[in-house]
Design a protein around this ligand. Structure first.
Ligand code: HEC
Length: 270
C-alpha cells in the first residue's frame, strides 16, 4: 500500500487521537465545526470542499441515523403494536437532530451546491427511501423480531446512496474478514490492508482514522477508514460466547467490550 498522504498522528488535549492532513486537523471527539474553527482551512478551500471533513460528515450522518434505529429497537420489535409511528420523516428529523447535537452544525444549513451538501442530501434521501420501503415490515402486527436492526438499516441506506452517488462517493460499513457477517460487507484489498496493518493493531490509538489516496474499483480516490468498537449494546449479538446464535441468526463473534468491530469506509472519487 502506498504511503499515507501527508498525514501524521497527533493528539488533542485530553489524549484524543487525531489525524493531521495537509490542511486540517480534526479531532473526532469534538465537533467538525469546532475543529475547523480551531485549526483554520487552507487558502481558497471552503469547509464543504475539504475531503476529510466531507468524509467525517457522511460517517457522522450515517451514525446519527443508525442511533435513531437503535434507540427505537424495542419499539420496532414490539409484537403488540401495529403502526410504530416510525415513518421516514420521523427518522430523518431525529437523525438530523442527532447529527446537530454531535457536530454543532445543522446539516440542512450546509450549502446544497457544495459537495458535502449534495452528498448529505443524497444520504437523507436514501434514509427516506429505506424507511418507506420497510414500513410494512416495521408495522407488521403480531411479529416481534423483524430483522430490522441498525446494521441492516445502515447497509440498506448505503446501498441506496450508492445508486444515487456511486460515481462520486461511496459509504460502506466493513470489518476484518473474520468478523464479517454479510458478504456485502467484505473489505476490499485496501480496506483489508488498513484494517490488518493499522486499525487492528493493539497500539492503534482509539478512534484514530486512517486516510489515504488510494484507488477504489480502479478509480483514483480519497479514502478514509473510521474505526468502530463494540460497546455494551453490541455484545448481545457480537459478544460471547463465541458461536452462540444471536437474535438475528448469526453466530456471535466472541467480541469483548472495546474491541474493534469494524470500520466505516468512505470513498470520495476524483
Ligand atoms: C441485534 C444484533 C446486533 C447488534 C446489537 C449489533 N449488531 Fe452488528 N451486525 C448485526 C447483523 C445482523 C449484521 C449483518 C447486517 C447485514 O445484513 O448487513 C451486523 C453487521 C455489523 C457490521 C458490518 C460487517 C458485517 O459483519 O456484515 C459491523 C462493523 C457491526 N455489525 C458492528 C456492530 C457494532 C459496533 C455494534 C454496536 C454499536 C453492533 N454491530 C450491534 C447484528 C447486530
Amino acid at each position: 500500500m502506498g504511503a499515507r498522504q501527508g498525514d501524521s498522528r497527533h493528539h488533542c488535549r485530553g489524549g484524543i487521537p487525531v489525524v493531521q492532513t495537509r490542511w486540517i486537523r480534526l479531532c473526532l471527539a469534538i465537533s467538525l465545526a469546532a475543529a475547523v474553527a480551531l485549526t483554520g482551512l487552507p487558502d481558497g478551500k471552503a469547509a464543504g470542499d475539504d475531503d476529510v471533513a466531507i468524509a467525517l460528515s457522511l460517517a457522522q450522518f450515517l451514525r446519527s441515523a443508525r442511533t435513531v434505529i437503535s434507540s427505537n429497537q424495542d419499539l420496532i420489535n414490539d409484537p403488540a403494536l401495529g403502526d410504530k409511528g416510525l415513518g421516514a420523516k420521523v427518522v430523518l428529523d431525529a437523525a438530523i437532530e442527532q447529527y446537530t447535537a454531535a457536530t454543532g452544525v445543522d446539516p440542512n444549513s450546509i450549502d446544497r451546491s457544495s459537495r458535502e451538501g449534495r452528498l448529505l442530501a443524497a444520504q437523507m434521501e436514501a434514509i427516506v427511501e429505506v424507511m418507506d420501503a420497510n414500513q410494512a415490515t416495521i408495522n407488521k402486527p403480531g411479529l416481534g423480531f423483524k430483522g430490522f436492526v441498525p446494521a441492516v438499516f445502515a447497509r440498506l441506506v448505503n446501498e441506496q446512496f450508492r445508486l444515487k452517488m456511486g460515481q462520486e462517493a461511496d459509504v460502506k460499513v466493513t470489518a476484518p474478514t473474520h468478523l464479517v457477517r454479510n458478504r456485502k460487507a467484505l473489505p476490499d484489498s485496501w480496506e483489508n490492508d488498513v484494517l490488518q496493518t493499522r486499525l487492528m493493531l493493539a497500539d492503534w490509538p482509539k478512534d484514530q482514522i486512517f486516510t489515504s489516496e488510494a484507488p477504489n474499483r480502479g478509480r483514483s480516490s480519497f479514502r478514509v477508514l473510521i474505526p468502530e468498537y463494540y460497546g455494551a449494546g453490541c455484545l448481545q449479538c457480537h459478544g460471547e460466547p463465541k458461536g452462540e446464535i444471536d437474535v438475528t441468526g448469526y453466530p456471535k463473534e466472541g467480541g469483548k467490550l472495546g474491541d474493534l468491530g469494524g470500520a466505516i469506509s468512505i470513498t470520495l472519487f476524483h
